[in-house]
Design a protein around this ligand. Structure first.
Ligand code: IMP
Ligand code: MG
Length: 180
């Protein structure tokens, strides 16, 4: 896949209005099964758009979370995962005894989320659930499942709504895929 792509190489997959409708039902699923004072740990950078929208959908349902961010990296500027997860920037709040919801953009191999969940449980989180905007099935390299999934997408490289290709295209209000 060429590193420099143009907007015409991005094919629409999930529209802005489909994302917005799904946010409402997804927030309901989360609010129905988690405490109002949950702690949200958003995995940067990919999940910042999803997290921002999700917490406002949760607000309408009475959820009053604390929100913190952790930057993890398993990809360089490529579309192939290196397999190793590093903490680039840690959360500052204590997760001990908390009901945590980890929020991420996409569940692919599962390495990132598996690492984050194990790390937060090791630090004493009471319970740790996972919400992802997208899931690619049949790509799992670890035994991990998300508790809440926005959309299941085909095995294509997707961008937009926070997801990047070489740290670009995060600003797209829709989700598209790059033809490679
Ligand atoms: P994992 O393979 O489940 O550990 O996914 C790790 C990270 O890779 C995700 O949080 C995304 O940031 C990124 N990623 C995986 N698939 C895609 C994709 O199709 N587009 C953009 N980023 C992706
Ligand atoms: Mg990510």
């Amino acid at each position: 896949m060429n590193i420099s792509i143009s907007e015409s190489d991005i094919k629409p997959l999930i529209s802005e209005s489909d994302i917005n409708s799904r946010l409402v039902t997804l927030a309901k699923e989360i609010a129905d099964s988690m405490p109002r004072d949950m702690m949200i740990v958003s995995l940067l950078r990919g999940s910042f758009v999803f997290t921002a929208d999700l917490i406002r959908s949760l607000y309408v349902l009475g959820v009053r979370p604390q929100v913190d961010f952790m930057t993890l990296a398993s990809y360089g500027d490529s579309t192939i995962s290196s397999g190793k997860v590093n903490i680039i920037r840690d959360i500052s709040d204590d997760v001990k005894g908390r009901e945590v919801l980890i929020v991420d953009d996409i569940l692919e191999s599962g390495r990132t989320l598996n690492f984050a969940k194990e790390e937060l449980l090791k630090r004493g989180a009471d319970n740790c659930k996972i919400a992802v905007m997208l899931e690619k099935p049949d790509k799992r390299k670890t035994q991990i499942d998300a508790d809440f999934v926005g959309f299941v997408v085909p095995d294509k490289f997707v961008v937009g709504y926070g997801l990047d290709y070489a740290n670009r295209w995060r600003e797209l209000p829709f989700i598209g895929f790059i033809e490679g």
